[in-house]
Design a binder for this molecule. Sequence first.
Ligand code: MN
Ligand code: MN
Length: 354
Amino acid sequence: MLRPEKTLTEFIIDEQRRSPQGTDGFTALLNDIRLACKRISYLIGKGALTGNVGLANSLNVQGEPQMKLDLMANEIFLRTNEWGGYLAGMVSEELEAPHQIPEQYPRGRYLLAFDPLDGSSNIDVNVSVGSIFSVLRCPEGVTAPTAADFLQPGTQQVCAGYAIYGPSTMLVLTLGRGVHGFTLDREIGEFIYTHPELRIPNDTREFAINASNARFWEPAVKRYVDECLAGESGPRGKDFNMRWIASLVAETHRILLRGGIFMYPRDTKEPTKAGRLRLLYEANPIAFLIEQAGGRASTGYGPLLAVTPHALHQRIGLIFGARHEVEVLENYHQKYNDREYEAPLFGARGLFRA
Ligand code: MN
Ligand code: MN
């Protein structure tokens, strides 16, 4: 008899049955997150047909212009996840303070942090964007969580993932036992288990960084990238390729599927900001996925998941991907970051010499 393909729901229930600590309500919570992602996928797939492209004429809490779709995706995430009774509170890129569960709904045991639409500046040019989410446990006895209750290091995440809205829509997920990918079958409306056990090779010849920030990089990053660019005749002894999509979800997805290293390091461009990406709903969930796939995620100075957050919208330097390459760069942070990088080992081939 025909055995239908395994769905996301079936995968989650299987995982639950194997879970030692039993996590009530978790299956249903993931169902709601999945539904939010399907709703956003549908909305984004309509493109300009719905008149929802373009700016919303507002700024988010971090002073960045919001797109109409940023706000709509945020509403979808809040409304789809607040009623089920699984969450005690939510934090979003688009909201200054935690979202409290409305009075009429029961409170649950989990906290959800999310970036409803990542890479939204790419929307109008039809490049892949995504949604990123991170699930934490609500501290015991807390029913109306404040910002402080969300400030848990990434190691405390019970689940993290993203949806990518590309040529196909996929949901990529970890529950702390490997990383698994599901592809949306639009005809039956279900995510199908298409990518079991994603693994990132330890080595790579592909790096991703926004090179327009080169003059602001710290010495370790300048040296590392310079050496990549020097290729086979440089100290690394191999040629590298470069990628930059400017969409964190799309960069992560590429690295999970075929390897590589991604860098958005701390730099000196805006000294008040210790990096570009947000710790709670961008860096932490991505780092959890990467480490679960055998890669490494780092601030440059140490494991990203070990960082204890001090603010909801805190920014951080993030480097992740192929384990051995991330280790090279961490080593450079230790050895070279206290002095200016100025003497390329390979003379005139250092394109990014500041
Ligand atoms: Mn984002
Ligand atoms: Mn966003």
